[in-house]
Design a protein around this ligand. Structure first.
Ligand SMILES: [Zn+2]
Length: 198
Protein backbone atom coordinates (compact mmCIF):
# COMPACT_ATOMS: atom_id res chain seq x y z
CA UNK A 1 0.00 0.00 0.00
CA UNK A 2 2.83 2.36 0.84
CA UNK A 3 4.45 2.09 -2.49
CA UNK A 4 6.68 4.85 -3.73
CA UNK A 5 3.90 6.04 -6.00
CA UNK A 6 1.38 6.22 -3.19
CA UNK A 7 3.78 8.07 -0.94
CA UNK A 8 4.39 10.64 -3.66
CA UNK A 9 0.66 11.00 -4.11
CA UNK A 10 0.14 11.44 -0.37
CA UNK A 11 2.86 14.04 -0.27
CA UNK A 12 1.18 15.93 -3.07
CA UNK A 13 -2.19 15.76 -1.34
CA UNK A 14 -0.60 16.87 1.88
CA UNK A 15 0.90 19.88 0.12
CA UNK A 16 -2.58 20.87 -1.09
CA UNK A 17 -4.19 20.57 2.34
CA UNK A 18 -4.36 23.64 4.53
CA UNK A 19 -1.17 23.75 6.44
CA UNK A 20 -1.60 23.45 10.21
CA UNK A 21 1.41 24.51 12.14
CA UNK A 22 1.87 23.32 15.69
CA UNK A 23 2.19 26.52 17.60
CA UNK A 24 4.56 26.76 20.50
CA UNK A 25 2.95 28.10 23.66
CA UNK A 26 3.67 31.84 23.75
CA UNK A 27 2.81 32.39 27.39
CA UNK A 28 3.96 30.76 30.58
CA UNK A 29 2.22 30.85 33.93
CA UNK A 30 4.47 31.65 36.88
CA UNK A 31 4.34 28.74 39.32
CA UNK A 32 4.91 31.07 42.22
CA UNK A 33 2.49 33.95 41.67
CA UNK A 34 0.40 32.79 38.66
CA UNK A 35 1.40 35.83 36.62
CA UNK A 36 1.32 35.26 32.83
CA UNK A 37 4.77 35.75 31.30
CA UNK A 38 6.11 35.51 27.78
CA UNK A 39 7.72 32.20 26.96
CA UNK A 40 11.19 33.53 26.33
CA UNK A 41 11.44 35.29 29.70
CA UNK A 42 13.86 33.72 32.16
CA UNK A 43 12.25 35.26 35.25
CA UNK A 44 8.70 36.19 36.18
CA UNK A 45 8.03 39.87 35.50
CA UNK A 46 5.90 40.12 38.60
CA UNK A 47 7.84 38.29 41.30
CA UNK A 48 11.22 37.36 39.82
CA UNK A 49 10.62 33.63 40.10
CA UNK A 50 12.85 31.64 37.68
CA UNK A 51 10.59 30.30 34.93
CA UNK A 52 12.80 27.65 33.33
CA UNK A 53 15.79 27.04 35.55
CA UNK A 54 15.08 24.61 38.39
CA UNK A 55 18.40 25.34 40.08
CA UNK A 56 17.53 29.00 40.49
CA UNK A 57 14.33 28.15 42.39
CA UNK A 58 16.41 27.37 45.47
CA UNK A 59 18.18 30.71 45.17
CA UNK A 60 14.80 32.42 44.90
CA UNK A 61 13.49 30.91 48.13
CA UNK A 62 16.79 31.49 49.92
CA UNK A 63 16.57 35.17 49.00
CA UNK A 64 13.02 35.46 50.38
CA UNK A 65 14.15 33.69 53.55
CA UNK A 66 17.09 36.09 53.89
CA UNK A 67 14.87 39.16 53.39
CA UNK A 68 12.41 37.83 55.98
CA UNK A 69 15.27 37.43 58.48
CA UNK A 70 16.55 40.96 57.85
CA UNK A 71 13.03 42.30 58.31
CA UNK A 72 12.64 40.40 61.58
CA UNK A 73 15.86 41.93 62.97
CA UNK A 74 14.84 45.39 61.75
CA UNK A 75 11.48 45.03 63.48
CA UNK A 76 13.20 44.45 66.81
CA UNK A 77 15.25 47.65 66.31
CA UNK A 78 12.04 49.58 65.67
CA UNK A 79 10.42 47.98 68.73
CA UNK A 80 13.40 48.95 70.89
CA UNK A 81 13.26 52.57 69.67
CA UNK A 82 9.52 52.62 70.41
CA UNK A 83 10.09 51.30 73.94
CA UNK A 84 12.70 54.03 74.49
CA UNK A 85 10.13 56.63 73.38
CA UNK A 86 7.67 55.27 75.99
CA UNK A 87 10.42 55.46 78.64
CA UNK A 88 11.22 59.09 77.71
CA UNK A 89 7.50 59.88 77.82
CA UNK A 90 7.16 58.29 81.28
CA UNK A 91 10.28 60.04 82.55
CA UNK A 92 9.00 63.43 81.39
CA UNK A 93 5.62 62.65 82.94
CA UNK A 94 7.37 62.38 86.31
CA UNK A 95 8.06 66.08 85.87
CA UNK A 96 4.56 66.51 87.33
CA UNK A 97 6.14 66.04 90.78
CA UNK A 98 7.99 69.28 90.22
CA UNK A 99 4.74 70.89 91.32
CA UNK A 100 5.84 70.29 94.96
CA UNK A 101 9.17 72.03 94.43
CA UNK A 102 10.03 75.41 95.84
CA UNK A 103 10.54 77.12 92.53
CA UNK A 104 8.84 80.21 91.17
CA UNK A 105 8.91 78.74 87.63
CA UNK A 106 7.49 75.36 88.68
CA UNK A 107 4.22 75.71 86.72
CA UNK A 108 6.12 76.46 83.54
CA UNK A 109 8.40 73.47 84.11
CA UNK A 110 5.49 71.13 84.92
CA UNK A 111 3.44 72.16 81.88
CA UNK A 112 6.49 71.87 79.63
CA UNK A 113 7.29 68.40 81.01
CA UNK A 114 3.69 67.24 80.49
CA UNK A 115 3.58 68.62 76.97
CA UNK A 116 6.81 66.90 76.04
CA UNK A 117 5.65 63.70 77.72
CA UNK A 118 2.53 63.81 75.54
CA UNK A 119 4.66 64.41 72.45
CA UNK A 120 6.84 61.35 73.13
CA UNK A 121 3.85 59.12 73.88
CA UNK A 122 2.29 60.32 70.64
CA UNK A 123 5.48 59.53 68.70
CA UNK A 124 5.63 56.06 70.28
CA UNK A 125 2.00 55.36 69.30
CA UNK A 126 2.55 56.80 65.83
CA UNK A 127 5.56 54.53 65.29
CA UNK A 128 3.18 51.55 65.29
CA UNK A 129 1.46 52.88 62.21
CA UNK A 130 4.26 54.68 60.43
CA UNK A 131 7.58 53.73 62.04
CA UNK A 132 9.80 55.53 59.55
CA UNK A 133 8.19 58.98 59.81
CA UNK A 134 7.52 58.71 63.55
CA UNK A 135 11.07 57.67 64.46
CA UNK A 136 12.58 60.25 62.11
CA UNK A 137 10.47 62.93 63.82
CA UNK A 138 11.60 61.62 67.22
CA UNK A 139 15.21 61.77 66.04
CA UNK A 140 14.84 65.40 64.90
CA UNK A 141 13.05 66.36 68.14
CA UNK A 142 15.84 64.72 70.18
CA UNK A 143 18.52 66.56 68.19
CA UNK A 144 16.76 69.84 68.86
CA UNK A 145 16.52 68.98 72.57
CA UNK A 146 20.16 67.97 72.74
CA UNK A 147 20.99 71.34 71.30
CA UNK A 148 19.06 73.24 73.94
CA UNK A 149 20.21 70.76 76.58
CA UNK A 150 16.77 70.40 78.05
CA UNK A 151 17.35 66.85 79.20
CA UNK A 152 20.41 67.53 81.28
CA UNK A 153 18.52 70.13 83.28
CA UNK A 154 15.77 67.56 83.93
CA UNK A 155 18.27 64.89 84.88
CA UNK A 156 19.99 67.29 87.25
CA UNK A 157 16.65 67.81 88.94
CA UNK A 158 16.10 64.10 89.49
CA UNK A 159 19.55 62.65 90.07
CA UNK A 160 22.78 63.66 91.68
CA UNK A 161 24.75 62.96 88.52
CA UNK A 162 26.04 65.88 86.53
CA UNK A 163 25.12 67.11 83.06
CA UNK A 164 27.74 64.82 81.48
CA UNK A 165 25.33 61.95 82.01
CA UNK A 166 22.68 64.02 80.26
CA UNK A 167 24.83 64.53 77.19
CA UNK A 168 25.79 60.84 77.09
CA UNK A 169 22.17 59.86 77.46
CA UNK A 170 21.25 62.18 74.58
CA UNK A 171 23.84 60.54 72.35
CA UNK A 172 22.58 57.05 73.25
CA UNK A 173 18.97 58.10 72.58
CA UNK A 174 19.95 59.63 69.23
CA UNK A 175 21.79 56.44 68.32
CA UNK A 176 18.78 54.27 69.21
CA UNK A 177 16.46 56.51 67.18
CA UNK A 178 18.80 56.52 64.18
CA UNK A 179 18.99 52.72 64.27
CA UNK A 180 15.22 52.64 64.43
CA UNK A 181 14.90 54.99 61.44
CA UNK A 182 17.32 52.85 59.41
CA UNK A 183 15.46 49.69 60.36
CA UNK A 184 12.07 51.20 59.50
CA UNK A 185 13.39 52.25 56.10
CA UNK A 186 14.73 48.76 55.49
CA UNK A 187 11.38 47.23 56.49
CA UNK A 188 9.58 49.48 53.98
CA UNK A 189 11.95 48.43 51.19
CA UNK A 190 11.65 44.72 51.98
CA UNK A 191 7.87 44.93 52.26
CA UNK A 192 7.73 46.59 48.86
CA UNK A 193 9.98 43.91 47.41
CA UNK A 194 8.10 40.98 48.93
CA UNK A 195 4.54 42.20 48.57
CA UNK A 196 3.82 40.06 45.50
CA UNK A 197 5.56 37.02 46.84
CA UNK A 198 3.65 36.23 49.99
ZN1 LIG B 1 5.70 35.23 39.50
Amino acid sequence: MFSEKNILLLQRINALLPHVERRKPSALLCRHCSYVNEMEFSFCTNCGYPLHNKLLEDVFYKRIHQRTNIRFKAESSVMFARTVLYVIGSFLFMGIFFIFAENNRKYLIVSLALMLSGLFFFLAFWSRKNPFTALLTAFIVLIAFSAINIFSSFIQSFTTLAGVTGMLLCLVLLFVMLKGVQAAYRINLINEELQFKI
